[in-house]
Design a protein around this ligand. Structure first.
Ligand SMILES: *[C@@H]1O[C@H](CO)[C@@H](O)[C@H](O)[C@H]1NC(C)=O
Length: 240
């Protein structure tokens, strides 16, 4: 564990780095995906995946691997063709100091997440009428985001948080709610807010200033960032 003053210096350096931009997973090798989809049996698929190098995925070697502010790295049909027939995605969630995954949902997968480093607060709402479920994931603790549920998470610490995320589809899809609200006509979203101050607020939001989908993570709570900059402890969890 670094001293708090050192962490603050590192955080300030991290804040000045522009996050990598890669909005969605590009399919790395569509020809192999096509062959795998056409194969009749698992033995046929193994002949297509004839090299051992086609059966290993290195999360650390991916271009988007970053803790500044953070990243979601997916091993799925798009990034790792051997996942094509597994019906699964495994993702590594890297959250730098105060980083978050903004509110999002997966249209085609239930998602379970276990923490391996740091303290991360998660929030989940399943549907209209459901309560918001809040959890603090310390290493070894897991929670569930059922398919289609709205969820978000925030690293409340001034150090890194790392989580492993498993999903029951090799093509889960991700929809970032705030970004996609901005994708709808302004007057329609304003009407959704009702004739309230929020409607006026939304009208005046410069949509280009909403963080892009990018690497899947952006800087989170302003309180967390301010506290880490001033070398304070953040939340009740930091340093435990
Ligand atoms: C977070 O992890 C990255 C990658 O391992 C490392 O470079 C960085 O120093 C870590 N940051 C903190 C605050 O521990």
């Amino acid at each position: 564990m670094l001293p708090k003053s050192k962490q603050s210096t590192i955080l300030l350096a991290l804040l000045s780095i522009i996050p990598p931009i890669s909005a969605v997973d590009e399919t790395h090798d569509p020809a192999t995906n096509a062959k795998l989809l056409a194969a009749a049996t698992e033995l046929d698929r193994q002949k297509i995946l004839s090299s051992d190098t086609q059966w290993i995925f290195d999360f650390h070697a991916q271009q988007t691997y970053s803790y500044s502010p953070g990243s979601v790295i997916n091993a799925n049909a798009a990034t790792f063709p051997a996942m094509q027939s597994t019906g699964m995605t495994l993702a590594m969630l890297n959250l730098g100091p105060c980083a978050m995954l903004p509110p999002h949902l997966h249209p085609r997968a239930t998602n379970v997440v276990v923490a391996v480093e740091g303290m991360t607060t998660t929030y989940m709402v399943e549907e209209n009428g459901a309560r918001a479920v809040t959890e603090v994931l310390s290493p070894g603790k897991m929670t569930i985001f059922p398919r289609g549920s709205l969820h978000t998470m925030q690293n409340m610490g001034c150090g890194n948080a790392t989580l492993v995320s498993a999903l029951d589809s090799s093509d889960t899809g991700t929809l970032n709610v705030i970004n996609q609200l901005a994708n709808l006509p302004n007057d329609i979203v304003q009407a959704g807010f009702g004739n309230t101050a929020a409607a006026q607020f939304w009208k005046n939001v410069d949509k280009s200033q909403i963080p892009g989908v990018g690497s899947g993570s952006n800087l989170g709570s302003a309180d967390c960032i301010a506290a880490c900059k001033s070398g304070q402890k953040v939340g009740a969890y930091e340093g435990r």
